[in-house]
Design a protein around this ligand. Structure first.
Ligand code: SF4
Length: 696
């Protein structure tokens, strides 16, 4: 109260996939504070990141002029973002764009288009994601373009596409207010999707039962009727055991199964091997509890399942998600209010960037590049020939760079030097590129290695649409001016495209959105003008007046025959096992205050003050056993590398687990992680590595 703003601009929070609508309150042309708006996902609520995490925008470390690497300056992480002049010189936009595009074009002309690949980002708008994939596909003639969804829900999407023909959520998270049973597995929403968590809590208050399943205990545990703290990496054993009990007790929905699914008989036969009594030892949850949970879910009137990276970031991530799909469908828990499958999207636009086609194997709206009709449709829209070969994924691209097959990279808003598994390998690969172009708002660890760095605008400095975890397309608006010469990502991509010989003439994101809407059925009835007016539309929207469908697939699934497929999951064990040398299990993730690789939140005063330094969390028992006190420095080692950081006591962990957030460059968790991939989703195993912890 009492504060008066000069102006107010309605937009969307730049952080998580919840997609809270916000108001920037402006004073003297600057963001003075932020308030929640009555958006469809948040109804005025905000978390600490959305409310206080905006001052990264005015950080003195923002890039404001294009940079060109000085002749002979070595590539590495030894650049001070506050003083890049040791390695870079300032350049005009003209010179920097020419240098960026000429370097990429030279590689294309000398070695073929495949010598260049692209990483886009879920931090950018839908229009920017769309333009970026279009540039790689039409400018270089292949599909080697990917983004951080690969490190996020790629395995969930693989399982959902296979099972129900669509990778998006079947119901908005707000539907949980109508559920009588809510399952949250492999997600820590009170920290990573805080506003969604408030809806889970509200539903519990109204009488819903909450079942939480995760190797780590967590904030939501207090609201749960059951907390299944299972052994890391044993999701399939646990979920198959629960389904076994449902089958045994006849709690499945025969009518639903017959009307909407195929494969139940085979699944039933497969589940015979997974009796709770047999699986209890594997997953560490006693058979009685597994059976109780099976009864609770199996007899629910309306149940929803939510999951996060704890399910997806495994070499058996796709199998984990297959189990959740089978569980929901065998009980008929989809297609009605208060029911459904909801993979909680991490980044604010990971849904939208994926929908826009920033994925190597599919075009916009998940049209497979391998299908002639999909290639013809977008080929006609773009006036280009589309390569039928699915492209390489994030980790595969890094490996191709290491092999020398890819020599140039165009990176928009991603920070693979921090976010990729086995980061030492990723950094070495990036440092060996012939030509690296990075556009970002900060001199990220990846930008430090670039030949040309292009300063981009932050989210409050541009117009664009984003799509949240709920399938809600929302309008982000420019509220403040960009520092110095920083330009919107879409503008930079257009300028590079022109220099690569593409005849692009977009002058505003609304023109890009209009082109997207022509090619993407998901955007039917959604126009830029409508979004400007209403702020948000949920897709699918059935008419220009329909605010959109919160729950989908009540009569048929978007598969060829309208039916879902239940796919048995065998759940291979994690790619590596603890042994005498590496006896602990390392798991990585985020924490409430910091966002991903920390580029933004570590430059946001309030957030960095709350969590200023990297920590390794261990159970107090484990600390005692090793003679380590909370606050001591510890060295954590895996087969890939070692980092040193401060020990923290955390009773939420199992005795042989260590948890490290990945936001800290001074102790980058991804130095330690395993790059082994899930065969279907091609997602690396961030959630499980054999590790050793010792006093530093
Ligand atoms: Fe932003 Fe997510 Fe927090 Fe909402 S819940 S304010 S979208 S970080």
């Amino acid at each position: 109260g009492g504060r008066v703003a000069d102006a107010e601009v309605a937009s969307v929070c730049p952080y998580c996939g919840v997609g809270c609508q916000i108001s920037y309150k402006l004073r003297d042309g600057k963001i003075a504070w932020v308030e929640g708006r009555d958006g469809p996902a948040n109804e005025n609520r905000l978390c600490v990141k959305g409310r206080f995490g905006f001052d990264y925008v005015s950080s003195p470390e923002r890039l404001s002029v294009p940079l060109i690497r000085k002749e002979g300056a070595p590539r590495g992480l030894n650049v001070d973002p506050a003083n890049p002049w040791t390695h870079f010189r300032p350049a005009s936009w003209e010179e920097a764009l020419d240098a960026a595009a000429d370097g990429l074009a030279a590689l294309r002309d000398a070695h073929g288009g495949r010598a260049v690949a692209g990483f886009g980002s879920a931090k950018c708008s839908n229009e920017e994601a769309y333009l970026f994939q279009k540039l790689i596909r039409t400018g270089f003639g292949h599909n080697n373009v990917d983004h951080c969804t690969r490190l996020c829900h790629a395995s969930s999407v693989a399982a959902l596409m296979e099972g129900i023909g669509s990778g998006a959520v079947t119901a908005t998270f707000n539907e949980c207010l109508k559920s009588d049973v809510i399952v949250v597995i492999g997600a820590n929403p009170t920290e990573n999707h805080p506003v969604a968590a408030t809806y889970f809590k509200q539903s519990v208050k109204n009488g819903a039962k909450l079942i939480v399943m995760d190797p780590r205990g967590m904030g939501l545990k207090r609201f749960a009727t059951h907390m299944l703290q299972f052994r890391p990496g044993t999701d399939v054993a646990m979920l198959n055991a629960i389904m076994h009990a449902i089958v045994e007790e006849g709690l499945y929905d025969t009518q639903y199964l017959q009307a909407h699914t195929d494969g139940f008989e085979a699944l039933k036969a497969h589940l015979a091997d997974y009796a709770p009594e047999k699986m209890a030892e594997v997953c560490g949850i006693d058979a009685a509890t597994l059976r109780e949970v099976a009864r609770l879910y199996g007899t629910a009137e309306r149940a929803m399942i939510f999951w996060g990276m704890g399910v997806s970031q495994h070499t058996h991530g796709t199998d984990n998600a297959r189990c959740l799909i089978s569980l929901a469908l065998m009980c008929g828990q989809s297609g009605r209010p208060g029911t459904g499958l909801h993979p909680l999207r991490g980044q604010n636009n990971v849904q939208g960037a994926s929908d826009a086609g920033l994925i190597p194997m599919v075009l916009p709206d998940y049209a497979k590049v391998s299908l002639a009709e999909a290639r013809e449709k977008f080929g006609a829209l773009w006036g280009a020939e589309i390569d039928p070969q699915p492209g390489l994924t994030v980790v595969e691209i890094i490996d191709a760079i290491a092999r020398g097959d890819i020599r140039g990279m165009y990176v928009m808003g991603e920070n693979p030097a921090m976010s990729d598994p086995d980061a030492a390998h990723a950094r070495e690969a990036l440092a060996g590129l012939t030509h690296l172009v990075v556009q970002d708002i900060f001199l990220t660890e990846t930008a430090m290695m670039a030949d040309v760095v292009l300063p981009a605008t932050a989210w409050p400095e541009k117009d664009g649409t984003v799509t949240n975890t709920n399938r809600q397309v929302q309008m982000g608006r420019k509220a403040v001016a960009a520092p110095g010469g920083a330009k919107p990502d879409w503008w930079i991509t257009v300028e590079i495209a022109r220099r690569l010989g593409l005849d692009w003439d977009y002058t505003h994101p609304r023109e890009v959105f209009a082109e997207m809407a022509r090619g993407m059925a998901s955007l039917d009835n959604i126009t830029w003008e409508r979004l400007e007016r209403d702020g948000a539309v949920t897709y699918p929207s059935l008419s220009p007046e329909d605010p959109g469908q919160a729950v989908v697939f009540s009569d048929r699934f978007p598969t060829v025959d309208g039916r879902a497929r239940l796919v048995p999951a065998t759940g291979v064990s994690p790619a590596e096992s603890p042994d005498a040398e590496y006896p602990m299990v390392l798991t990585t993730g985020r924490q409430l205050e910091h966002w991903h690789t920390g580029a933004m939140t570590r430059r946001a005063g309030v957030l960095d003050a709350l969590e200023p330094a990297p920590t390794a969390s261990l159970h107090p028992f484990a600390l005692r056993r090793m003679g380590i006190a909370a606050g001591d420095m510890v060295r954590v080692t895996t087969r890939r590398g070692a980092i040193t950081l401060q020990a923290r006591a955390d009773e939420a962990l199992q005795h042989d687990m260590v948890f490290i957030p990945f936001a800290y460059v001074e102790a980058a968790a991804n130095i330690l992680t395993n790059p082994q991939l899930d065969p279907d989703g091609k997602i690396p195993e961030f959630k499980y590595a054999a590790a050793r912890v010792e006093k530093a």
